[in-house]
Write a protein that binds this ligand. Structure first.
Ligand code: NAP
Length: 562
């Protein structure tokens, strides 16, 4: 189930939001009463009447929550007694509302475990409002006992779970804490699969997003989603549209295979958009989620992070983790890990020393049967240059000496092109060339040059593999190519072709300069779509729908232009 939390400030507005939540596909709403209930005796009658009216008119079953100020994320600062009396009143709401309608109790009331444990008096009062084994009245409201930690995983988590199990009046247990890394999701999943009582187990913050999306895979009672980005009530909460349309929440089951994009930062990655759409279009039972794995303070820390995450994910018995796109800063780490673990690696990944794809084949019992590491960046780059025709013998200039330049230089030299790598740090270009030559038969086809020689480059194909022109990057307004470079070869019979690997924006300063000088251009979206399609074919064991990835990526990138 999907529950939309609504912070109630004005009951009429809250009712509108609940109606909108129903229209958006929610199953439940949570009315957060912290800000509309003061606990003030003088105002209590009116406030309670308004809340009973709201709950009674709610178009969806609801959870009533009035979270106190303190460590669990609430803002109610009145006395506990008043709040518990409110619950008691709500649980027994079977009369007439002030405007003559019939009263309806909430489906659930949510009480913090810490409040529950505070006094026998509170427990007794809460019990009067909820259905439980010793309840003698005809009550339909159930108790959610909840525990939240906005700072991290509580050290006494196991004790909290035991205390919840001992509270037999609780029909639902809820645990939410700020996930410290994506690995915390696995503990939340284990809690869900071993639970005997309906449970909600959520990781807050960007690392916990997986636990929110994959709730139905592990049998969670519900997940929370906001109506709109501005109405998020807990860090990391997705919107209901993201859950339903992007992650296809309704089709996630225990059998659904899990894929994702691993890297940092990945908040703006286009990969979840295209891969999930591909799964939907082909009817493949998979879901693709962001898996943020930070780089760490140095190269070894980054490697340790990636290794710990991947090994735990692959081995987890119920996660059905089946593959991932791997991006900055882990492409080299993936190859290092593959070598260490003896995983199968394709020739491109091994030669370049970087890979962007992990594929985990699982047996009928969902155990990992084999792990493969593949580089789809290099073939995608070659595929994006299909318009050039035969690459053999072409003079290619690769601008930059980083990861993408490495893939480009190797792939094009392999195709028989003569490749010059231009580096602003010449030593980096030299090192790249020396390394790649080890796995090339014809080493004379790959050389390094200083950036200052670009005006004399006389190449037929230029590839921008620097971040120049990238939105939000260090040189967002700059073209990597100058008119001098493009005009350096008047004897160029095929005309110059310029490929920009930068894809945000789609039309970059480099491409504009190239067009101005009559060059044919290929944008970075073509390469992005092509590498993603090759990954998809491995993930889903079948081709991506023709043109879908390219169309979606272009739509998203053009929509996000201010
Ligand atoms: P990287 O490893 O950081 O390498 C960037 C290279 O660009 C470095 O050699 C750097 O030089 C050079 N550079 C940076 N700013 C420069 C400037 N102002 N002038 C000259 N050289 C400059 O990055 P990467 O992973 O290779 O990615 C490069 C670009 O590829 C990214 O910006 C991204 O937009 C694009 N990309 C596209 C796709 C796709 O599918 N289309 C996929 C991945 C990446 P130093 O070594 O001297 O610092």
């Amino acid at each position: 189930m999907i529950c939309v939390p609504i912070m109630v400030r004005d009951p009429a507005l809250a009712l509108q939001l609940a109606t909108a939540a129903k229209a958006a596909g929610a199953d439940l709403v949570e009315f957060r009463l912290d800000e509309c209930f003061t606990g003030d005796t003088a105002a209590a009658d009116d406030e309670i009447a308004a809340i009973v009216g709201l709950v009674s008119r709610s178009p969806l079953p609801c959870i009533a929550t009035c979270r106190p100020t303190g460590t669990e994320g609430g803002s109610y600062d009145g006395p506990d007694d008043a709040r518990i009396s409110l619950f008691e009143r709500l649980g027994t709401a079977f009369g007439r509302t002030r405007d003559g309608g019939s009263e309806h109790p909430p489906r659930y009331i949510d009480v913090e475990l810490s409040t529950w444990q505070r006094s026998a008096n509170i427990r007794q009062k809460v019990k009067l409002a909820v259905d439980h084994p010793e309840q003698v009245r005809d009550i339909t409201t159930s108790l959610i006992l909840s525990s939240h930690d906005f700072n991290g995983r509580p050290a006494d988590l196991a004790r909290r779970m035991t205390a919840m199990r001992e509270a037999t009046a609780a029909r639902v247990h809820k645990i939410a804490f700020r996930a410290r890394s994506v690995r915390d999701n696995l503990e939340l999943f284990d809690m869900l699969t071993s639970a005997e009582t309906p449970t909600i187990a959520l990781g807050m913050g960007e690392f916990g997003l997986m636990s929110r999306i994959l709730a139905p895979k592990f049998g969670a009672l519900l997940t929370f989603a906001s109506l709109r980005k501005e109405e998020v009530t807990a860090p990391g909460q997705p919107t209901i549209a993201e859950l339903i349309d992007l992650y296809r929440f309704r089709s996630i089951s225990p059998q659904t295979r899990v894929f994702g994009v691993i890297g940092s930062p990945i908040g703006h990655s286009l990969s979840p958009l295209v891969h999930n759409a591909g799964f939907a279009a082909t009817g493949f039972d998979g879901v693709y989620v962001p898996i943020p794995v930070p780089g760490g303070s140095d190269a070894d820390a980054a490697y340790v992070n990636l290794k710990a995450t991947l090994l735990e994910f692959i081995d987890h018995p119920q996660l059905s983790f089946s593959g991932a796109s791997v991006t900055i800063p882990h492409k080299e780490n993936l190859v290092r890990l593959a070598r260490e673990q003896g995983w199968v690696m394709d020739e491109t990944g091994a030669a370049i020393g970087a890979a962007n794809t992990l594929l985990v084949e699982r047996d009928a019992a969902d155990r990992p049967a084999s792990v493969r590491v593949v580089n789809t960046d290099a073939p995608a780059l070659v595929a994006s240059l299909a318009a050039v025709g035969e690459l053999k013998g072409r003079r290619v200039a690769v601008l930059g000496a980083g990861g993408v330049a490495r893939a480009a230089a190797w792939a094009l030299a392999r195709e028989g092109a003569t490749v010059v790598v231009y580096g602003r740090t010449k030593a980096k270009a030299d090192a790249l060339v020396a390394e790649l030559r080890k796995s090339l038969a014809d080493t004379g086809k790959l050389v390094a040059a200083d950036w200052s020689l670009l005006p004399k480059s006389c190449a037929e194909v230029y590839i921008n593999a620097t971040p120049m022109g990238m939105a939000g990057g260090p040189a967002a307004a700059e073209s990597a190519l100058t008119p001098e470079a493009l005009a350096s070869c008047s004897a160029n019979k095929m005309g110059t072709v310029v490929l920009d690997t930068v894809y945000n924006p789609v039309d970059t300063p480099t491409l504009r300069v190239a067009r101005h000088f009559g060059s044919r251009t290929v944008d970075g979206v073509s390469m992005f779509s092509s590498q993603a399609e090759a990954q998809f074919a491995l993930f889903a064991n079948g081709p991506a729908p023709a043109g879908l990835f390219d169309r979606l990526a272009r739509e998203r990138l053009t929509a996000s232009v201010p």
